[in-house]
Design a protein around this ligand. Structure first.
Ligand SMILES: Nc1ncnc2c1ncn2[C@@H]1O[C@H](COP(=O)(O)OP(=O)(O)OP(=O)(O)O)[C@@H](O)[C@H]1O
Length: 311
């Protein structure tokens, strides 16, 4: 039995006002995540990742289809399904009146877990929160609050850990602490479902990845196979000046660093000639293997059949 099962899940948000149209955020999404997997759910802003997680967590209802956690339906068997899940939400929602330790005890209470202090201490320690155990939630920085949200999601030792962009806006140290801890829990058998815009993290951590585009699954593969599926290599260089329009359309640009997909030697020569003809000087030119970000862009830029968005 799968740890998570999404069967033909669709979601249509109703029109908010007369004259507005309804919006289909998910279209027939089907996914199975096996127990013990570290699974990545990727997609651009608005692709439907949070909607799918909200349905999984019972915060929103699917318009069609079925979602199960270890065989428990998230609608008809909500309490059992929810107990198996630890969800770290994207939004920093917290109660400002309690200390960190109090809020973890309260959260344990919601799940009916008593005498949980040993595990709470371990969570505080693993997430670098021991010093803050008695601090009031409102005194914490954004990154510290994010750590508490992770701890809250894990108080009942859920079999399935769901992380919705857990590293958005957090520093390098927390990322490392967080990933070490989550990887350890995954090794112990916990299933992990992760959404992130940091494709380097997804590449390093996830064994399998689904990519969503406008509510549809457009790729579902092992990470290693996705990386092999890229049809191009990458021409990388530093440039001073603006890239000619013909190349800009296909380039990944970060400050002075320009990266272009290339399929053969002739294409490399042509790109460099176009750059020279524009009066630009390329420095530190190299060819590298594609990474997950290149594959992601390739998948997202593939022509898809037109999809109706209104209902
Ligand atoms: N309550 C709502 N009513 C109407 N439309 C909504 C509602 N919630 C989300 N949407 C729309 O559904 C689409 C999917 O949103 P969702 O938040 O699931 O995307 P996402 O992939 O999580 O994006 P991001 O990467 O920005 O977090 C978006 O176009 C969004 O505007």
């Amino acid at each position: 039995m799968s740890a998570l099962s999404f069967q033909s899940v669709s979601k249509i948000y109703p029109a908010r006002s007369a004259g507005a149209s309804a919006f289909q955020a998910l279209k027939q999404v089907s996914l199975e995540v096996q127990e013990g997997e570290f699974f990545g759910l990727l997609g651009p802003n608005g692709a439907g990742k949070t909607t799918l997680i909200s349905i999984l967590a019972g915060l929103s209802r699917a318009s069609e289809g079925r979602v199960q956690v270890h065989g428990h339906d998230v609608q008809t068997d909500y309490a059992a399904a929810r107990r198996l899940l630890g969800v770290v939400p994207q939004e920093l929602v917290f109660d400002p009146f309690f200390t960190v330790r109090e809020s973890l005890r309260i959260q344990s209470g919601y799940f009916g877990v008593k005498g949980n202090d040993d595990w709470i201490d371990e969570l505080l320690d693993s997430l670098g929160l021991t010093d803050k155990a008695n601090a009031n939630m409102r005194q914490l920085s954004g990154g510290m609050k994010r750590r508490v949200l992770v701890a809250q999601a894990l108080v009942h030792k859920p079999r399935v850990i769901v992380l919705d962009e857990p590293t958005a806006g957090v520093d390098v140290e927390l990322r490392q602490t967080l990933w070490q801890f989550i990887a350890k829990l995954n090794k112990q058998g916990h299933t992990v479902l992760l959404t992130t815009h940091y494709l380097e993290e997804a590449e390093a951590l996830c064994g399998r990845i689904a990519m969503l585009k406008r509510g549809e699954v457009v790729a579902l593969e092992r990470t290693s196979d996705l990386l092999k599926s890229a049809t191009s290599q990458v021409l990388r260089m530093k440039l001073d000046g603006e890239l000619p329009a013909a190349l800009a359309a296909m380039a990944r640009v970060t400050g002075r660093i320009v990266q272009l997909p290339v399929h053969n030697a002739l294409e490399i020569e042509n790109h460099l000639a176009t750059i020279r003809a524009a009066g630009l000087v390329a420095e530190d030119v190299e060819i590298r293997q594609p990474d997950l970000e290149d594959v992601f862009l390739e998948v997202m830029n593939r022509k898809q059949p037109a999809t109706g968005v209104s209902a």
